[in-house]
Write a protein that binds this ligand. Sequence first.
Ligand code: CP
Ligand code: NVA
Length: 296
Amino acid sequence: MPRHFLTGLELSASELHALLDRALELKAAPHASRALEGRSVALLFEKPSTRTRLSYEVGIAELGGHPVILRPGEMQLSRGESIGDTARILSRHVHAVGVRTGPDAELEALAAEGSIPVFNMLTAGHHPSQAIADLLTLREAFPDRALSELKLAYVGDGNNVARSLALLGGLAGVEVAVAAPPGYELEPEAGGTRTHDPAEAVAGAHALYADVWVSMGDEATADERRRALAPYRLDDALLDHAAPGAIALHCLPAHPGEEITAEVLYGERQRIWDQAENRRHAQKALLEWLLDEGGS
Ligand code: CP
Ligand code: NVA
């Protein structure tokens, strides 16, 4: 059976810690691994992307592999060919496939009907490729502390990014607190603590995390989201309520003045641009794990 990375919980806690160790090694020596030599990886984008595309495409090339960018609108998928048949064809030509789409069920169908590893490059439900880079950024920002000694507070919409942080942060031992307005909460099953009060979530936190208020696919409810989420802006005052030395994180793209202030986004206390770079390093370690021939 191929390995998959759909929610991220396919990793055990020890595999996740090993992946982060490996990502740090690969960051220090980006050309040290040729793990994907002679192998091709398809990247299927049904939604726009800047960071995910760049980091996976360049990361695969750095590992000696060949990335193949696919747009569903240019494929027979757009003319009714099934996900199952697409999965069967992908399995004959490439060694793994990453998918960015809306429904999580589409990703699960590809994994079920193909015979190659499938990895999640963002769905409506999850963004685990982002979460592993976020954990790597925490490791780097707090080198003297174990992840289990850290608290991360996510402030905003209880969305795909919040869910993956709660799930994978929980797996790594990070205390994750989510502050979201009524109607936008994360479900309790994702783990972490939940509150409507940003100040309560950020108390004692080592990292504060923001994401967009209007995710891809949520455009129809943009106005009501902006109204509900207005008290959940990541600004310097909120950082002042956190632990001394707390950092600001954001998965990007950002809307300065909306979910985060420009002062924080470009300021001294953020690790946001390192976090964006870390996508590549973390995902290279993930690709090594997914395509490890000794793996189960
Ligand atoms: N953070 C993130 O996934 O960015 P992109 O949408 O640009 O890929
Ligand atoms: N929650 C956002 C993340 C973008 C990287 C979205 O799904 O659009």
